[in-house]
Design a protein around this ligand. Structure first.
Ligand code: MTE
Ligand code: MO
Length: 199
């Protein structure tokens, strides 16, 4: 489906930064991406191995729950479906993890399509650290909080469970066409603080 989802405003110039923490330093020599949980074969890939994986390049839109959207940036990375196939993923949900900052986001596998990736470059340039560089998830089928920055783990799950923002009132699924933003329990103050980047 194309177009701008309901309740979103397109930003043409800026790409806001929304991080719950400071930007971590990532040492590529010790970096490992781990895929584990309900898989045939656990995977642990170092940076050099990851750099040998095939890449996809796609023009994609991003939609943040705080109501900004950016359209048509060129994203480059490693296909999530490719990595999940490599591991023989068997579950129904993913938890996209960053152990650097203790962030997590749950994603139903049915929302993982061929546009979803571990992103390395945007518009031909390496992803900036504040935007999740050197490597972040990009799940353009859901609101952007599902796209874990500084990703180093993918847990494959049979049962859904809430990630970082989901525990704080964000929707378990986050489909922007259905405006699945928050669940009823979230307080006005939480939303305000998130908008001011205080939490
Ligand atoms: N590790 C990590 N990933 C994260 C976040 C975070 O705080 N930490 N914030 C999420 C949220 S709420 C949004 S909207 C997007 C923002 O990505 P950007 O800062 O590149 O715009 O990253 C998501 N991924
Ligand atoms: Mo967000």
């Amino acid at each position: 489906m194309e177009g701008v989802p309901p309740g979103q405003v397109v930003t043409k110039i800026t790409w806001p930064v929304l991080s719950a923490t400071d930007t971590p330093e990532i040492d590529l020599k010790s970096y490992r991406l781990k895929i584990f949980g309900k898989v045939d074969k656990e995977i642990s890939l170092g940076w050099d191995e990851l750099m040998k994986m095939p890449r996809i390049i796609k023009k994609l839109d991003m939609h943040c729950v705080t109501r900004w959207s950016r359209l048509g940036d060129e994203w480059e990375g490693i296909s999530l479906n490719y990595l999940l196939k490599m591991a023989g993923a068997k579950g129904r949900y993913l938890m996209l993890l960053s152990s650097y900052v203790d962030y997590s986001a749950n994603v139903p596998i049915e929302y993982i399509n061929d546009d979803c990736m571990l992103a390395l470059k945007v518009n031909g340039k390496p992803l900036e650290p504040k935007h999740g560089g050197p490597i972040r998830a990009f799940v353009p089928t859901l609101y952007l909080w599902k796209s874990t920055k500084w990703i180093d783990g993918i847990e494959v799950l049979e049962e859904d469970k809430p990630g970082f923002w989901e525990q704080r009132g964000y929707n378990m699924r986050g489909d922007y066409w259905k405006e699945e933003r928050y669940w009823k329990g979230i307080t006005f103050v939480d939303k305000l603080l998130h908008r001011q980047k205080k939490i």
